[in-house]
Ligand binder design. Sequence first.
Ligand SMILES: Nc1ncnc2c1ncn2[C@@H]1O[C@H](COP(=O)(O)OP(=O)(O)OP(=O)(O)O)[C@@H](O)[C@H]1O
Length: 308
Amino acid sequence: MILKTENLSHRYGSSWAIRDINIEIATNGIIGLLGSNGAGKSTTMNIICGALNQTEGNVSINGADIRKEPELAKRSIGFLPQTPPVYLDLTVDEYLTYTAELRLIEGKKIKEAVDEAKEKTGITHFSKRLIKNLSGGYRQRVGISQAIIHKPKLVVMDEPTNGLDPNQLIEARKLIREIAQERTVLLSSHIMSEIHLLCKEVIMIESGRIVFSDSMDAFNNYMQPQSVLVRFANPPAITELQQIQGITRAEYTTDKQVRLFFDGEEDITERIISAGVQKDWRIREVNLEKGMLDDIFKQLSTQSHQQV
Ligand SMILES: Nc1ncnc2c1ncn2[C@@H]1O[C@H](COP(=O)(O)OP(=O)(O)OP(=O)(O)O)[C@@H](O)[C@H]1O
């Protein structure tokens, strides 16, 4: 098991920031930690990486407990915190040499490790440049370099694509995908589309608790529209609407507008329109309702839909 957390809980003062976070990751690839601001993503990641001591629960990285065997556990994990941990007055080489030493890489292997990390992240040409003279996107690459310099099995990245401009974003995603080819990347974001683009599995956290944990495919199914709003000039009776194949329920929201629930197929709109034409309902508008992120968070929080 690359990462296992058991009933991880943390309290700042008297209020719990996370409660009973159970995560098990056994494969390579990108796993997303999705949650709105303040959901508990950074707290969870800081604990996993040993930067914060949990109030309760356990974390093991590649079989080593992060609190009982921190040196061993940290050998298998790299961390890119929300703000890249770079020293602005050092050159790229100086900084990466320093981080390699911190990671206890053997003296004679440091140069090779630094060179390899730079090459992977595409910053070799900036080796001698002071970090303060690099753009945000390149500083972030330096941050990613320090996270992979010791070739860990797991790399944790806290909102790695936040604040990047569109070009940097494309490059950063490409780099993250490359890095995840040979290891596991756990990355957080509050942006659902970002998680969609990058991740094969998603763990959704809300108000400090896991509310969804499954594959991206399962998440997509969960996100399929299941209702459609239809406005008529000549509204039919509910019983008539229920005769359309696939409609499971119908309820009027106003005297001219109805919400129709259906069983998953989007071509339902065609059937509604053709029934409307045949029966002269004079349809004015048809809108598939896809749950908004906030609604989904709310829905999932109350249902605690958990399939770990
Ligand atoms: N050092 C701290 N002291 C007190 N409360 C904190 C501290 N850090 C975080 N919190 C609180 O813990 C909760 C979880 O915060 P956390 O930063 O883990 O969330 P997050 O999902 O990473 O959000 P964001 O994307 O905004 O960073 C929030 O309610 C936050 O206000």
